[in-house]
Design a protein around this ligand. Structure first.
Ligand code: NAD
Length: 427
């Protein structure tokens, strides 16, 4: 099937690469020309396990194409995916990127009843209220000249390819049966269950899913804060709780709270939608408030342990919001570094992938090429991201610090004595 994808970010490029690998002819467009040039050369502009090889193989096989010429991508395509970013401003979702992309699509759609499939996350009701009128304004009557589906994405950065290849479920919110049929046909060789719903239900499934994941994280963090007071290890508690099949162990890793481009943005947008409808979002408000205070807990613990941070040299291990990605969007590391700078500390940081991205936010702190370099000469350190390599940290590494102390924002399996380490929500 000929497919166009507008927006070649984490969602768009992962989807394009997987669909091309399944034998479809997929062309991506993106307003970022540098990204397009890189993809054309068979390289992935994003750090995601397995994405680089998938891009390279499918570009070589000419099943995957990238183009700055939008007409090339959209003309004759049976399905046009829109996977552009939808940021929020003061909690309100901003639709300009999406509207531009829809306009681009309508300019070049030629196939008989092409289907516009919205992958971008939109608050419930947005597709009907904002996108359908836009199609009409551009001379396309939805349901007559073209189809529309809401097809939310549930991937996690770091495991994007695996998640796109084998999603737990595929949700299709359809304007009409014909649109849903065509999109279902594209997914017919996926093993995952497909559910077909109204567009609004599909939009809500995405928001409810992300909110529930965030609820689990803030909940286990709050329980973790109590566990720490009681000298109980929250990870042992999470194991016991997670064995209950009604709950599951996923998203019960306590620590410095969640970051990334999605959870925070989506919850803010849902709170704002609730406010507009006169509904109190007290659970959602609490999730955000726990998350904010959790992000700075490691600095508070550090201060309790070593006193004033003024003039102290503090190492940061890990900058990305989670392992497996170079993305630092809303990473707890941003808040932690800010707190340290405000307290007069000198910061030195290391991340295996994200140093360059964090330099765009903090250009003035020192960056190192290895974690041992960070520990050497630091007074103490905070571990923010649980990259695999940090499991190798041992007593010798920690002894490189003048006041050996590692505050752990995430739990790792290191070999260092307990007296040199302290967890944010565990002993
Ligand atoms: P991203 O920022 O990685 O990529 C978006 C891309 O769209 C960028 O490359 C940007 O240049 C491009 N773009 C923006 N407007 C454009 C336009 N009008 N024409 C052409 N290109 C345009 O974003 P992402 O992480 O892939 O997220 C995309 C959407 O999917 C968002 O709505 C997000 O909430 C949702 N989502 C993201 C994830 C995730 O983990 N990243 C997971 C599920 C859903």
């Amino acid at each position: 099937m000929k497919i166009g994808v507008i927006g070649a970010g984490y969602v768009g490029l992962s989807l394009a690469a997987v669909l091309a690998d399944k034998g479809n002819l997929v062309t991506c467009v993106d307003r970022d020309r540098e990204k397009i040039e890189q993809i054309k050369m068979g390289e992935s502009p994003l750090k995601e396990e397995g994405l680089d090889i998938l891009v390279q193989e499918n570009i070589e096989a000419e099943r995957l194409k990238a183009s700055s010429n939008e007409e090339n991508a959209i003309k004759d395509a049976k399905i046009i995916f829109i996977a552009v970013n939808t940021p929020t401003e003061n909690g309100q979702i901003q639709l300009q990127n999406l509207k531009d992309a829809v306009k681009t699509a309508t300019n070049y759609m030629t196939d008989n009843y092409p289907v516009l499939a919205i992958k971008s996350t939109l608050t419930p009701g947005s597709t009907r209220k904002e996108i359908l009128p836009l199609l009409q304004e551009n001379g396309m009557e939805p349901g007559e000249d073209c189809g529309v589906c809401v097809n939310p994405e549930f991937l996690s950065q770091g495991t994007a390819i695996q998640d796109v290849r084998e999603p737990d479920r595929i949700v299709i919110g359809e304007l009409d049966e014909k649109s849903g049929e065509l999109l279902s046909r594209l997914y017919s060789d996926f093993e995952s269950p497909v559910i077909r719903e109204s567009m609004e239900t599909a939009e809500m499934i995405k928001y409810a899913s992300n909110s529930l994941l965030a609820t689990k994280i803030s909940f286990i963090n709050e329980i973790g804060n109590l566990c720490k007071e009681l000298d109980v290890d929250i990870y042992d508690v999470a194991e016991g709780v997670g064995m209950d099949s009604r709950i599951s162990r996923e998203f019960l890793d306590s620590g410095t709270g969640f970051g990334g481009s999605c959870l925070e943005k989506d919850i803010e947008a849902l709170i704002s939608l609730m406010k507009n409808r006169g509904i109190e979002g007290s659970v959602l408000e609490a999730i955000m408030s726990v998350n904010e205070s959790q992000k700075v807990k490691p600095v508070e613990i550090l201060e309790e342990r070593i006193g004033s941070l003024e003039g102290k040299r503090i190492g940061i291990l890990g900058l990305s919001f989670k392992p497996g990605t170079a993305d630092v969007t809303n990473s707890p590391a941003i808040d932690i570094i800010n707190q340290l700078i405000n307290r007069g500390a000198e910061v030195t940081a290391y991340d295996p992938e994200a140093n360059e991205n964090m330099k765009k936010i903090y250009g003035d702190i020192e960056y190192s090429e290895t974690y041992t370099e960070v520990l050497e000469g630091s007074d103490a350190a905070i571990l923010v991201t649980d990259w695999e390599e940090f499991n190798n940290i041992d007593r010798g590494d920690l002894k490189k610090m003048s006041n050996p102390l590692l505050i752990e924002g995430r739990k790792i399996d290191h070999n260092a004595p307990e007296k040199f380490t302290e967890g944010v929500t565990w002993p």
